[in-house]
Design a protein around this ligand. Structure first.
Ligand code: ATP
Length: 270
């Protein structure tokens, strides 16, 4: 079947206000991605080349995709999302061609942001070039590097890549002139968890006994995605018992449920 990069365009209605606990990281990313898109003249005036993009790394579910979408939304940019593992699995034999089309389309639809999720699956230093599957992945990476090197810093196309595995990234992708900034996106601290819990329960009916500070203390080690799941589960516990509002016990039960299923996930063989 004919593959088209057009399918990779996604809506991005995420705003910065919906992202909890990442103020410093957001400031850094906005400076390298948003600023050159909205005020390129500042870079010109000062006489420095604008950045091409940023690499976000850190544990899963911490908001990397959200950040990329929020920047696209803020800059009215076309948001184009590719997943590294899909590039090699879904478009078998066509990975390199897709990468080429991707950059072509980004240019055509500019301003645009190309978001490459799971970039480690095409840019892993663990690849073994003796298998044909790995050679195909390598070709896809080579095409990506060529496209990144080939496009001008002054075009209004920016790249954001994300990975949970900085440790296995091929150093080629980190070479200067490719990703100009690497930003660590950590698990939220206590204050961050409090904000994220509030963000996700804003439309919910909560009992007055709910204390977000306390909930944040209880959820050490969770990601933004876990916190969202906890809020949703707490709602489900209240619904099941046909309550008028969500009570503290619902959050406690929800936390137990989400944390124990997370533990099971971590025990799955990989
Ligand atoms: P992965 O590495 O697994 O792709 P990610 O870091 O890209 O994950 P997202 O897809 O952005 O994570 O997050 C998943 C969902 O978790 C978001 O849609 C959002 O609902 C929630 N979430 C994650 N981080 C945050 C955050 N910092 N603030 C608010 N919500 C968050």
């Amino acid at each position: 079947p004919e593959v088209s990069a057009l399918e990779l365009i996604e809506a991005s209605d995420v705003t910065y206000e919906q992202i909890g606990g990442l103020a410093d990281q957001l400031r850094e990313i906005r400076e390298v991605v948003e600023l050159p898109l909205i005020k390129p003249e500042i870079f010109e005036r000062i006489g420095i080349e604008p950045p091409k993009g940023a690499l976000l790394y850190g544990p899963p579910g911490t908001g990397k995709t959200m950040i990329a979408k929020a920047v696209a939304n803020k800059t009215n940019a076309t948001f184009i999302r590719v997943v590294g593992s899909e590039l090699v699995q879904k478009y078998i034999g066509d990975g390199a061609k897709m990468v080429h089309e991707l950059f072509e389309m980004a240019q055509k639809k500019a301003p645009s942001i190309i978001f490459i999720d799971e970039v480690d699956s095409i840019a892993s230093k663990r690849l073994d070039d003796t298998t044909s599957a790995d050679r195909e992945i390598h070709r896809t990476l080579m095409q990506l590097l060529a496209e990144m090197d080939g496009f001008s810093r002054r075009t209004n196309v920016k790249i954001i890549a994300a990975t949970n595995r900085l440790d296995i990234l091929d150093p080629a992708i980190l070479r200067p002139g490719r990703f100009d900034r690497m930003v660590y996106i950590p698990l939220p601290d206590e204050a961050g968890r409090e904000t994220i819990l509030k963000i996700h329960s804003v439309k919910m009916n909560l009992s007055s006994e709910i204390n977000f500070k306390e909930l944040a203390k209880m959820t050490e080690g969770t990601s933004g995605a876990d916190l969202k799941a906890i809020v949703t589960e707490a709602g489900m516990f209240a619904v099941r018992e046909e309550k008028l509002s969500i009570e503290k016990i619902d959050f406690i039960n929800a936390k137990e449920k989400v944390m124990s299923s997370k533990k099971k996930e971590n025990m799955l063989p990989v």
